[in-house]
Design a protein around this ligand. Structure first.
Ligand SMILES: C[S@@+](CC[C@H](N)C(=O)[O-])C[C@H]1O[C@@H](n2cnc3c(N)ncnc32)[C@H](O)[C@@H]1O
Length: 207
């Protein structure tokens, strides 16, 4: 059974809900902003790319992704986070550059081979079935599309090599892992992974 502390942390950060979720969202928008922006810079979407952001929380990374791509989709299971992200990114939504919808890593609701880049920051430790989620992200990525995962290193009990093995088993190529120390004071070391969906990019696509 989950402890009281565990339940509070889930309401604040894991699956934010109610007033605690709104407090958690404000803390994450500040404390995780550098990691969100860094992940977008690493994934480096091109201006014609469609980017799928998994678990964007309060939405800092959505804005960063929209600055460098054609269209961004964000999926998150928390109504409170979707509402915060909608408020933060209202101009992008109005201009049709961003769409937000309820969803999870394992159920994004996106069509097959419809996105060029998938970014997930600080939520893969919450995926109840990591292989199922990776299979879903592989399904929605176009051949040659890129996956960028980042989370606190301490939240990967089996470490980056185990995560890399799961990503490879899901059919991704060019799997790379490393750690990164955010510039934010007291922010923990991040474990990061990049990979490419196997297969050739569609004809006429630029790499
Ligand atoms: C710790 S917060 C991180 C939010 C933001 N990416 C950041 O770094 O500030 C985790 C986010 O993942 C979402 N989440 C929880 N379970 C998820 C799942 N299975 N798939 C995708 N997102 C999930 C939560 O609702 C929440 O918005």
């Amino acid at each position: 059974m989950e402890s009281i502390t565990g339940r509070l942390l889930t309401r604040c950060f894991g699956r934010p809900s109610g007033p605690l979720g709104r407090i958690g969202g404000r803390l994450m928008a500040r404390g995780n902003a550098a990691a969100e922006r860094h992940a977008v810079a690493l994934a480096a979407p091109a201006e014609q790319d469609v980017v799928l952001v998994i678990g964007p929380g309060p939405g800092v990374g959505l804005g960063a992704a929209a600055q460098r791509s054609a269209h961004v989709v964000g999926v998150d299971p928390s109504d409170v986070m979707l509402a915060m992200a909608r408020r933060r990114c209202a101009p992008l939504i109005r201009r049709g550059r961003l769409r937000l919808s309820p969803g999870t890593a394992a159920r994004t609701g996106q069509p097959d081979a419809s996105v060029d880049v998938v970014i997930s920051v600080n939520n893969l430790q919450l995926w109840p079935d990591v292989p199922a989620a990776l299979a879903e992200l592989h399904r929605v990525l176009r051949p040659g599309g890129r996956l960028l995962l980042s989370t606190h290193h301490k939240w990967l009990p089996a470490g980056l090599p185990a995560l890399a093995a799961l990503v490879g088993a899901a059919g991704f190529d060019s799997v790379r892992t490393w750690t990164w120390d955010p510039p934010t004071r007291m922010a923990p070391t991040a474990a990061q992974l990049s990979a490419v969906r196997a297969g050739r990019p569609p004809r006429g696509a630029t790499e």
